[in-house]
Design a protein around this ligand. Structure first.
Ligand code: HEC
Ligand code: HEC
Ligand code: HEC
Ligand code: HEC
Length: 214
């Protein structure tokens, strides 16, 4: 066989192979891979790192409307407001404070405003043993009644620590109690569970369980 005959044999041979392959692909002889299910990004409220509540300290720090913290816009200096209790011993709130939900503890008993607010200086906080602090520094007040939880918080077991481990790069931030708990109604709000992880083979699950499971 001369060189030309060899060349045309190879070329014709490969042409036939390619045509056969094209036919096989067109007829889906080997089937097609199942289309991958697009991975939906997690809803942003699950990745949001903000605390559930804006504490008085954060409100002031971020320049929000802190007029509600200024008690003496409405109250008279040197005059202690009288707390009114109903026949069931639960506090009766005036219209101006109707937005407060008083539900501290299982029996709503921690509703005496002066357990926490200083009766002689309304815009200050005061612990039962007389320690005063600004309304924006309330964590120690909470600690005066919740010692064990406060000590857990101090060492980072309760609550949340953010910021930097390496102090040279920035400060460590321990979120205040009131960034998570409403002082007047401190039970932590129920949370929606986050979505489960994305599956490696979602189509297999559909085939085996007969239903879409994500
Ligand atoms: C928008 C006006 C307003 C602001 C601001 C305000 N108060 Fe009052 N508050 C009132 C009125 C009106 C009453 C009912 C009359 C009274 O007792 O003086 C009242 C009543 C109270 C009472 C008595 C509760 C009861 O059972 O009647 C306490 C305690 C109190 N306020 C604390 C505070 C503290 C602490 C602050 C600041 C953190 C504050 N208030 C800010 C208007 C206000
Ligand atoms: C368990 C402690 C505690 C008790 C009891 C309490 N407070 Fe407070 N209150 C606080 C703290 C702490 C803040 C600051 C809140 C923050 O950081 O968000 C505050 C904030 C407030 C504010 C201003 C901001 C807001 O949330 O509207 C008002 C007004 C107020 N308290 C009124 C009252 C009144 C009236 C009573 C009684 C009926 C009362 N508080 C009982 C701890 C308490
Ligand atoms: C004067 C004492 C006192 C102070 C101050 C105080 N607490 Fe409490 N707290 C109580 C009592 C009493 C209970 C009820 C315990 C129970 O019902 O078993 C309670 C209950 C709680 C609960 C559980 C609520 C629930 O429904 O399960 C939380 C959370 C809480 N407090 C957070 C705080 C925070 C945050 C602060 C500071 C803003 C604070 N407490 C300040 C006395 C206090
Ligand atoms: C980052 C959020 C966060 C911070 C900050 C935080 N807590 Fe809590 N706290 C929680 C959660 C979540 C629970 C559990 C609620 C549940 O189990 O329903 C809780 C539970 C509690 C309880 C109920 C009893 C218990 O120990 O389980 C108390 C009391 C309490 N916290 C007090 C405090 C005090 C006091 C501070 C500040 C020194 C504080 N918390 C700071 C989120 C926080």
């Amino acid at each position: 066989m001369n060189a030309d005959a060899k060349k045309s044999l190879v070329l014709n041979g490969s042409a036939i192979v390619f045509v056969a392959l094209a036919g096989a692909f067109l007829l889906d002889l080997w089937g097609r891979p199942v289309a991958t299910v697009p991975i939906v990004p997690v809803a942003p409220d699950f990745t949001n790192t903000a605390t559930v509540r804006l504490s008085a300290a954060e409100l002031v720090r971020t320049g929000g409307d802190a007029s509600g913290l200024d008690c003496y816009v409405c109250h008279e200096k040197g005059k202690t407001p009288v707390i009114h209790f109903g026949t069931n011993n639960l506090v009766i709130l005036p219209k101006e404070h109707e937005d407060l939900v008083m539900r501290h503890g299982r029996n709503d008993r921690n509703d005496n405003c002066y357990n926490c607010h200083d009766a002689d200086n309304l815009d200050m906080l005061k612990t039962r043993d007389g320690h005063k602090s600004k309304i924006t520094e309330s964590s120690r007040l909470c600690g005066s009644c919740h010692g064990p939880t406060y000590r857990d918080w101090e060492v980072g077991i309760h609550g949340r620590t953010s910021g930097f481990w390496d102090r040279q790069r920035g400060a460590m931030v321990r979120q205040d109690c009131t960034s998570c708990h409403d002082p007047h109604s401190p039970a932590f709000p129920a949370m929606k569970p986050g979505p489960r992880p994305n599956q490696l083979h979602p189509e297999k699950d559909v085939a085996e369980n007969g239903k879409e499971t994500h």
